[in-house]
Design a protein. Structure first.
Lengths: 328, 346
């Protein structure tokens, strides 16, 4: 079985979907011969040609809007936004248009669109190549928001996203593009959008995370198991919208303690919703406060390395947060 | 930048089609007038009018493959919608917020049209969002043709995307980006700008530095055409050229129809605060329906008796539509909850 990187798994998904369904095409900046600035589509242009791999103008709003139009016409566009930090010009089209089209037409018009973008920091990208934007979109009914943390999930979830008749935002943790590796079958498979994944079963504490933080949280869980005898259950949320409430509550019911980890800003990040769900519907199970370990409430991730590392959660910080909550 | 062809396409239109155009314009006007009355009576909450725009819209509609070609309109396009087959009853349902096909089961504000069966995309309120989406629709047409998924000669398939908006909305970045895509990819895309000289209260010279929106077409690689938007046959001629250009791989066109809005922007606007009654009255004399009526009577295609019959028929249609909408049940409150996500097929 191939042992591949996260970015290669993403490319495998796109390769297979392009081959499977002629309605699938890819557009975005540098998606043609260049193969994407992260090489996510490298080789696909040579294989499928410029009808299927379409270089777009440098204009995120219309990358998405043209994708919406093509999706309305029954194609299956995969639109790449080069960095999630640049998705904001497309916010109007994503939130006012893609998310609301099916609803406002009473179910007549649907938008089977995938928007994929690398997100997150830790790669020296500074203020505008490191942002987490998932909270803005997980707030919008009509959208789906997916963030894989493993190559297996990345391929399976992206294939599901392409086949989903709804607009799906697919955010890829760029720090993990080449750093996260895993087994990915070449055979056909999908991972359903919606259910979270129990990355590590445990009894003492539930740690909820996604993206690079799911990877780090798993490392931290092994660390505290070895060093402190703490048995942490790690839940990789994978799909942020729709929310897998059942998985969240089932885990807290087991452990009684909940920690959410994300690199996005603390206030009103996705962790706030997880915490609210647990406080509302998991209250009887709780044996301690619901804690969130997140990026600080500053406008963005600084360039200078010490400041970048101050911003980013990492396995040591996560382990400390686990120990502190476990000791409550 | 007026275009003239030696043989005007409209010269080939039969009297039946000309009368159908007239009827559509007249019906739109009478329906529109009734909506204003209903609002002043307190029976409906909101109306945004297409009065004055009937020639620009009907002339355009009759040039395309109605009900098949993609249309991504805006909120003033009542006459365009009627020409495409939506009914007075559909419109009345949307005014009264009843669950109709046209208004997304009561979710949409009035005049936010959409009909999948006629390839009319359901619209929104943020202006110009439809323009780059229309480029995407046109892109999909070319894509499917190139991949052999559809036959370019198949007239049961959409072969172009027509989108419309007011001149004010062309200030949005969406408009720029949509035209850019259309020009770069030489798409079967027509952008109809219904220039009525005002964006609510903002006059054209505060909206743009050029005198014609169509002057900007060349910047995007589009053919740009200015037309008298109150001359339904002149609009038809220009649109017919644009549609033939689109069908035959000649690329996109920007059609600017010069017209006027003799009523306020919407039922929430009062135009007395920003323009004179003299100006409005002067434009009312150039009314597109009266103008076409005079033409048809001069050509003895329309008689007074036939006109009277049309008026009676319009009144009956509007009355019936209003009665049907008023007596239709309101949507159930919980109907707000459905159809958020399209179901997967597996």
């Amino acid at each position: 079985m191939p042992y591949v990187t996260l970015i290669d798994a993403i490319k495998m998904a796109m390769d297979e979907e392009l081959a499977r369904d002629p309605r699938v095409f890819i557009t975005g900046e540098d998606e043609g011969e260049r193969g994407g600035v992260f090489r996510a589509t490298q080789g696909l242009h040579a294989k499928f040609g410029s009808d299927r791999l379409v270089d777009s103008p440098l204009a995120e709003l219309s990358i998405v809007a043209v994708g919406i139009g093509a999706a309305l016409a029954d194609l299956r566009p995969i639109c790449e936004i080069q960095f999630a930090d640049f998705i904001h010009p497309a916010f109007n089209q994503i939130v006012n248009e893609a998310a609301k089209m099916y609803y406002r037409s009473g179910g007549q018009w649907s938008v089977p669109l995938v928007i994929r973008a690398p997100y997150g920091g830790g790669i020296g990208g500074a203020l505008y190549h490191s942002q987490s934007v998932e909270a803005f979109f997980a707030h919008v009914p009509g959208l789906k928001v997916v963030i894989p943390s493993t190559p297996y999930d990345a391929k399976g979830l992206l294939k599901s996203a392409v086949r989903d008749p709804n607009p799906v935002l697919f955010f890829e943790p760029k720090k993990g593009y080449r750093a996260i590796k895993g087994d990915v079958p070449e055979a056909e498979y999908t991972v359903p959008i919606g259910p979270a994944r129990v990355a590590r079963a445990g009894r003492d504490l539930s740690a909820f995370a996604y993206g690079m933080m799911a990877h780090y949280t798993s490392i931290a869980a092994e660390k505290v198991a070895r060093e402190d005898g703490l048995d942490v259950e790690v839940i990789d949320l994978r799909t942020l919208l729709p929310v897998d409430k059942a998985a969240i509550l089932a885990s807290v019911r087991k452990t009684g303690k909940a920690l959410v980890v994300h690199e996005d800003n603390f206030t009103l990040g996705y962790g706030a919703e997880v915490a609210a769900i647990i406080a509302d519907e998991g209250f009887p199970y709780l044996d301690g406060p619901v804690k969130r370990l997140a990026g600080p409430d500053i406008p963005a991730m600084p360039y200078s390395h010490p400041m970048q590392e101050f911003f980013m959660p990492n396995p040591d910080k996560i382990a400390d947060a686990m120990r502190e909550l476990a000791g409550y | 930048m007026l275009t003239r062809t030696l043989a005007r396409p409209s010269a080939g239109l039969s009297p039946e089609i000309l009368l159908d155009m007239f009827w559509t314009m007249l019906l739109s006007r009478r329906l529109d007038e009734r909506a204003w009355v209903l609002h002043r009576q307190g029976k409906i909450a909101f109306h945004i009018s297409g009065m004055g725009h009937e020639a620009a819209q009907v002339g355009s509609a009759f040039a395309i493959n109605r009900g098949v070609d993609f249309v991504h309109p805006y909120y003033r396009d009542l006459a365009l919608m009627l020409a495409l087959g939506l009914t007075p009853q559909d419109f009345m349902f949307s005014l009264f917020g009843k669950a109709g096909v046209l208004n997304g089961l009561g979710r949409q504000m009035p005049s936010h049209f959409g009909d999948h069966s006629r390839n009319i995309i359901s619209g929104s309120s943020p202006v110009a969002t439809q323009v780059p989406q229309a480029a995407g629709l046109a892109f999909a047409i070319v894509y499917k043709q190139k991949l052999g998924l559809i036959d370019p000669a198949d007239t049961t398939q959409p072969r172009l995307a027509l989108t419309s908006l007011g001149e004010g909305s062309t200030s949005q970045g969406e408009w720029h980006e949509g035209l850019n895509w259309a020009g770069v990819h030489k798409l079967p895309f027509i952008c109809l700008v219904e220039n009525n000289l005002y964006a609510i209260s903002v006059p054209m010279d505060e909206q743009m530095a050029v005198s014609n929106v169509a002057d900007r077409a060349a910047a995007y690689g589009l053919v740009g055409v200015v037309v008298d938007g109150n001359d339904v046959l002149a609009v038809y001629d220009v649109m017919k050229e644009a549609t033939d250009r689109a069908y035959n791989g000649g690329g996109p066109t920007l059609v600017e129809a010069k017209t006027y809005r003799p009523v306020p922007h919407s039922s929430d606007d009062d135009d007395r605060s920003y323009r004179s009654r003299e100006e409005v009255e002067a434009w009312k004399k150039k009314d597109p329906i009266l103008r076409f009526q005079k033409f048809l009577m001069d050509e003895t295609i329309l008689t007074q008796a036939a006109l009277d019959a049309y008026e009676a028929r319009a009144k009956a249609a509007v009355d019936q539509a209003q009665a049907a909408a008023e007596s239709a049940p309101d949507p159930a409150p919980e109907d707000a909850l459905g159809a958020v996500y399209a179901p997967s097929s597996d």
